[in-house]
Design a protein around this ligand. Structure first.
Ligand SMILES: [Fe+2]
Ligand SMILES: [Fe+2]
Length: 239
């Protein structure tokens, strides 16, 4: 794909245009020598910016879907079926590459230090950091266990590891969404907040290519389809 077509460049171009238009709102002289009038800035079709918390929260949406993949794996193993090793391994690889190496890296580099400096939620941040480390340990074991078809004993350990991961990350991400990210917004000045949005966006495309987040969502959808849990209507209770 041509660089100019990539979402990040497109967004940057639109932002550049609108910022310039707003900063230097075109001055025109009204007919008949009347006082100069300020023309409304030309408003091209604009794509609203993704702010850092929105970025992090949609990444949590990916994590939530991967937790549902783990749940399906647990359900199958516990009901005596074979572990869907290939799908679980694909999910664990996205957790390693997207959630741990990327999303949690952003939290640890940009979010948690700002809260610590401001003396906000310091106890919570310590727990979240410890949970990131425990999560990596669990993911390491899940990756190893799903590299090949697992025997009964290994499947039992795999279930325990996936269950521990789901149990930890449901409250972890919910706390970040409802308490940590709102506090982060409060301690970061508005201008820097917008700049960080661009930093996050650049990092996303550097790591995951032109399609960035959308490409990762497609990979998760493929795993869900392979497991038969993609169709949303499947989860609607009968009326
Ligand atoms: Fe986190
Ligand atoms: Fe998070």
């Amino acid at each position: 794909m041509d660089d100019r077509d990539s979402p990040v460049v497109r967004r940057r171009d639109l932002l550049g245009l609108s910022t310039a238009a707003l900063a230097g709102a075109v001055t025109v002289t009204a007919p008949g020598g009347a006082a100069p009038a300020v023309a409304a800035p030309y408003a091209p079709e604009q794509e609203a910016e993704v702010t850092p918390p929105e970025d992090l929260m949609r990444e949590h949406g990916v994590l939530k879907r991967l937790l549902l993949v783990y749940r399906e794996g647990i359900r199958r193993i516990e009901s005596g079926e074979r572990a869907p090793a290939r799908s679980l391994n694909a999910a664990a690889r996205i957790i390693r590459g997207f959630v741990e190496d990327y999303h949690e890296h952003l939290e640890e580099k940009y979010v948690f230090p700002r809260l610590r400096e401001a003396g906000r939620l310091t106890g919570t941040v310590s727990v979240l950091l410890l949970q990131h480390r425990r999560g990596r340990e669990l993911t390491g074991r899940i990756l190893a266990a799903t590299r090949r078809t697992t025997g009964a004993r290994a499947a039992h350990t795999l279930v325990a590891d996936m269950a521990a991961f789901v149990r930890m990350y449901e409250p972890h991400e919910a706390r970040e969404d409802t308490v940590v990210f709102p506090a982060f917004r409060e301690v970061v000045p508005a201008k820097e907040f917008l700049r960080l949005g661009e930093v996050f966006e650049d990092e996303e495309h550097r790591r995951f290519g032109p399609r960035g987040f959308e490409g990762v969502v497609d990979q998760v959808a493929d795993i869900e389809k392979a497991l038969g849990i993609y169709d949303l209507s499947r989860f609607t209770p009968p009326g």
